[in-house]
Design a protein around this ligand. Structure first.
Ligand SMILES: Nc1ncnc2c1ncn2[C@@H]1O[C@H](COP(=O)(O)OP(=O)(O)OP(=O)(O)O)[C@@H](O)[C@H]1O
Length: 633
């Protein structure tokens, strides 16, 4: 039979190079990966056979077998699961299917050869981890429902071969030709302890096949190495933290410690068991829109799907684990799961449980909760606008950066320390908390010691407008109106800007009018400000209008119709107590000077630059600046 040689996708070759050449700290994980794949393959076949029983006709019960041949220096891992056809082999064992792993390999490539290969333990190298212990890997496989069998082989270089092969029954058998330095895995005790450590939670029996001498005869033996019952069906008291962790690794395709583990049984109108995890590391594809839920749905311990659309809302997409219910029909098709009322009820129960667990963890240990919030806060906040019913709960869980303290602040913390006379929660949106803290819009708030929440996640722009208040205290942008700031008691009344410090009101009025005239459509309005203390000018958004930050975000995202520098709701505020503004006001009161047009444009450009924007016309900006500097000599 002819074998065809094919090349690995470039990323696979790179990954294999890393796998083979890195001194991997714990090579035993190859067995965990292969057993995990075998178990997934059995789950898939069990599901497909629900609607097509012919696929399982005449088959034995599902099981995964291990076999050692000490003379040939091989180990075999076989399953009677779904199997693969030629195209499956090319797609699955020639490319990297998992986006996280692909992103990781690209990152290593970008870092050059010096990339830290020790990190690979955190990522799924899956099947390719075989090459940590084997110099040649063979796969014999046949897809359930098909008659041709296939042989795949590779030495972990740049290529693999595929050819037809006799394969007696559907399933997959992987033969590892062990490297000289991996012969320890030929020892049965080594395999047994590895399975016990990493794969005990696997619900399908993992059986070690062997022989023993009895009464002068050689007899075949079959020893089941794992518990072989679904982990979530066992009593909590009998499951160790290690077993929970290994199950999380298997079910979540994850390699970190779970930050949170919750195992519970819901009893009542609808019964189900949940075993759910929150990761402690950020998954690569957390913000990819096509990302679906990673919680697997089982019905009476039969795997149904890991893409049940309504199992969890998208703002909890970081959750991993399983849900098993006996209240769904076993032959439920994936299509039937769309808008399924039972699933909806389960979702309600899961969300309630997860949010209440988060609340408990937040109350128990703020620092520990911050570790969760750092990674998943931006995702959880999507719930504020997606889940009206639970908006208050999610708001209570939300944490923010603040202009007056380091670390994370809750809305309740903020309210508890509001100043006398303050009846509003102030916030400002932007990209960088450090830049926001220093922004001119906050000068008045700083002078009075009024705390402002710094909202720096893109998602903040989307929920903030739909939340008028938190527990009856209104939320307002500090970058639009400063209403109410005057009523708040400052730390020291002598710090207040007095009328004597400011340019006379009539002069300011003349100046604002002249500036408005010269700036034309570039701003919506020019007005005297009570917020500015050190800066001469700043840009603010019109009350109820789009924030400057959102305007920039939309512009960057290429939204049509939004032009930077457009007047769209932008107001230029001037500081009547600033020497420059005072000087300009006094001069303009005697008649508008020729230089006012240039100075007005420069002030506006300055306000734009402080916002992190470019001057509207950089060439004109440079020319004006030179003219003004020359005039000052
Ligand atoms: N024993 C098997 N039977 C059937 N298909 C398999 C088997 N082993 C691997 N596959 C297929 O090959 C694919 C790639 O496997 P691989 O282990 O590289 O990645 P994965 O299991 O998807 O993710 P992970 O990186 O978390 O292991 C699997 O998704 C599956 O489709």
């Amino acid at each position: 039979m002819t074998e065809e040689r094919l090349s690995f996708q470039a990323e696979v070759s790179k990954l294999l190079d890393i796998v083979v050449h890195s001194l991997y700290s714990d090579r035993r994980i190859f067995l965990r990966e292969l057993i995990s794949n075998a178990s997934d393959a059995c789950d898939k076949l069990r599901y497909e056979a629900l609607t097509n029983p012919a696929l399982r006709e005449g088959s034995d019960d599902f099981r995964i077998t291990l076999k050692v041949d000490a003379d040939a220096k091989t180990i075999e891992i076989a399953d009677n699961g779904i199997g693969m056809n030629r195209q499956d082999l090319i797609d699955n064992l020639g490319t990297i299917a998992r986006s996280g792993t692909e992103a990781f390999v690209k990152q290593l490539q970008a870092a050059g050869k010096s990339g830290d290969a020790s990190q690979i333990g955190q990522f799924g190298v899956g099947f390719y981890s075989s090459f940590m212990v084997a110099n040649t890997v063979e796969v014999f496989t046949r897809r359930a429902g098909e008659s041709e069998g296939w042989h795949w082989t590779s030495d972990g270089g740049g290529e693999f071969s595929i050819g037809e092969a006799e394969v007696a029954a559907p399933g997959t058998r992987i033969v590892l030709h062990l490297r000289e330095d991996a012969s320890e895995f030929l020892e049965a005790w080594r395999l047994k302890s590895t399975v016990k450590t990493y794969s005990d939670h696997i619900a399908i029996p993992v059986v070690l096949l062997g022989t023993e001498e009895k009464d002068g005869k050689t007899e075949d033996t079959a020893e089941t190495l794992n518990e072989a019952s679904a982990l979530w069906t066992r009593p909590r008291s009998e499951i160790t933290p290690e077993q929970y962790k290994e199950f999380y690794h298997h079910v979540g395709h994850a390699f970190d410690e779970p930050w949170h583990t919750v195992h519970f049984k819901a009893e009542g109108a609808i019964e189900y068991t949940g075993l759910l995890f929150i990761p402690s590391q950020k998954p690569f594809d957390l913000f990819q829109p096509e990302r679906k839920t990673h919680v697997k749905l089982y019905v009476n311990r039969v795997f149904i799907t890991d893409e049940a659309p309504d199992l969890l809302p998208s703002y909890l997409r970081f959750m991993r684990g399983i849900v098993d219910s006996s209240d769904l029909p076993l032959n439920v098709s994936r299509e039937m799961l769309q808008h399924n009322p039972v699933l909806r009820k389960i979702q309600g129960g899961l969300v309630k449980r997860i949010l209440s667990d988060l609340k408990k963890r937040a109350e128990a240990n703020a620092e520990d909760y911050a570790a969760f919030w750092d990674i998943f806060g931006a995702v959880l906040k999507e719930g504020i606008y997606e889940d009206h019913e639970r908006r208050q709960e999610v708001l209570e869980l939300a944490r923010f950066r603040s202009s007056t303290t380091d670390g994370w602040v809750s809305l309740a913390d903020y309210k508890a320390r509001m100043k006398t006379g303050q009846d509003t929660i102030y916030y400002i949106t932007g990209d960088d908390p450090e830049v926001l803290k220093r922004s001119p819009q906050l000068e008045g708030f700083r002078a009075k010691g009024v705390e402002v929440l710094l909202l720096t996640d893109p998602v903040d722009e989307f929920w903030i407008n739909s939340v008028p208040d938190f527990q009856d205290t209104p939320l307002k942008s500090a970058a639009s109106s400063v209403e109410g700031l005057d009523e708040i008691a400052g730390p020291d009344a002598s710090d207040e800007t007095t009328t004597e410090d400011k340019a006379p009101a009539d002069q300011i009025e003349t100046l604002t009018k002249a500036l408005k005239e010269t700036l034309g459509d570039a701003v919506k309005d020019v007005r005297a400000s009570s917020r500015l203390k050190e800066s001469p000018v700043c840009l603010v958004a019109e009350d109820g209008g789009m924030s400057l930050h959102l305007e920039r975000m939309l512009k960057q995202a290429g939204q049509a119709g939004i032009g930077l520098g457009s007047a769209a709701g932008r107001i230029l505020e001037i500081n009547p107590a600033h020497p420059l503004i005072k000087g300009m006001a006094a001069r303009t009161a005697q008649g508008t000077p020729d230089s006012l047009a240039d100075m007005g444009q420069l002030l506006l450009d300055q306000a734009r630059i402080v916002e992190g924007e470019a001057p509207a016309d950089p060439v004109a900006f440079a020319r004006r600046l030179s003219t003004v500097m020359a005039g000052a000599l």
